[in-house]
Design a protein around this ligand. Structure first.
Ligand SMILES: Cc1cc2nc3c(=O)[nH]c(=O)nc-3n(C[C@H](O)[C@H](O)[C@H](O)COP(=O)(O)O)c2cc1C
Length: 305
């Protein structure tokens, strides 16, 4: 990778990516699932499936449910654990010329800090801390709702994390600007937003919720305008860079997020509809910038005040 950002390349907290497009956590495995459809090296980066300290088998029952403009999921963080990732998946990813970001989840403070210290000894470019996980000690309340709880997690993880640290915010945050500022004050290098939105579906013939946990996370085009608003609020609240996530399905959506203040964008559900969506978005951003005479994405980043 070059060490300066120009054209559509971007500098996210010191990590130079050849373009601002990454695959979002949980929607591309460890990259190999989408590699039959396009050259993964064309991406700016990839965010790993959500990792936890120990392997998890995930939720039983329905895990995915399509809605008219989106997708609901209740995967339950199925993953092989951080150690397996470091030993078996990371070497293949690091051989690629893309940024590799490890997404880390947890159900208690120790899960986060131990997971982050293991990842700190590995050659990932950044850790993305998923704070939209239920906190077992607080009766299952998501770590990403209350500003002071989010602050405490970021503070503890920052102490052990020797990599760049991005915090992935929940759309349920009580005050998105205040919580973003708290992450910045505790030493986060960047923010990613948003994760999925709590939602519900009912199987009317069986008179039961579709999902075993009753509620599931909504993603896809339905959430895009709401996520765009939160990216705008977060980007205006902090100086650290922001990754925009949420229903980005085409290059026009990506440009909207950049104009709202995002440095990078992550593509999730769109890859389920069109596996090569991310490369089409990269090409669209390139054509748009060329056609508009934009020499660097910084010229349009955050132009919506
Ligand atoms: C099937 C599925 C699994 C996901 N798993 C994770 C995960 O493990 N960790 C995480 O931080 N986000 C996870 N997400 C959330 C996405 O990374 C992304 O934030 C969200 O889907 C919104 O983006 P989208 O509308 O482009 O999909 C998952 C989303 C889906 C659809």
């Amino acid at each position: 990778m070059n060490n300066t950002a120009s054209g559509i390349s971007v500098d996210f907290a010191g990590i130079i990516m050849k373009n601002p497009v990454l695959l979002a956590s949980g929607t591309c495995g460890f990259g190999e699932e989408l590699s039959p459809y396009f050259d993964i090296q064309k991406l700016g980066g990839i965010v790993s499936k959500g990792l936890t300290l120990r392997p998890r088998t995930g939720n039983s029952g329905s895990r995915l449910h399509e809605t008219p403009c989106g997708l609901m999921n209740s995967i339950g963080l199925e993953n092989p654990g951080v150690r397996h990732f470091v030993e078996h998946e990371l070497p293949r990813l690091k051989a690629l010329d893309i940024a590799v970001i490890a997404n880390l989840g947890g159900h208690g403070m120790d899960d986060y800090t131990e997971g982050a210290s293991i990842l700190s000894d590995a050659c990932v470019d950044m850790i993305e801390l998923n704070i939209s996980c239920p906190n077992v000690k607080e009766g299952g309340m998501n770590f990403g709702i209350k500003t002071e709880i989010a602050r405490a997690v970021v503070r503890e993880v920052r102490k052990v994390c020797r990599h760049k640290l991005a915090v992935k915010l929940s759309p349920n945050a009580e005050d998105i600007a205040a919580l973003s500022r708290a992450c910045e004050e505790e030493g986060a290098d960047g923010l990613s937003l948003t994760n999925t939105y709590p939602a519900m579906a009912i199987d009317i013939y069986n008179k039961k919720p579709v999902f075993g946990n009753i509620y599931a996370g909504l993603s896809g085009p339905a959430i895009k305008p709401i996520s765009l608003r939160m990216v705008h609020q977060a980007a205006r609240a902090v100086k650290i860079p922001v990754m925009g996530i949420g229903g980005i399905s085409n290059w026009q959506d990506a440009i909207e997020f950049i104009m709202a203040g995002a440095t990078c964008v992550q593509i999730g559900t769109a890859s389920f509809m069109k596996p090569d969506a991310a490369v089409n978005i990269i090409e669209g951003i390139e054509n748009f910038t060329r056609g508009q005479g934009i020499r660097n994405l910084s010229e349009i980043r955050g132009i919506i005040k």
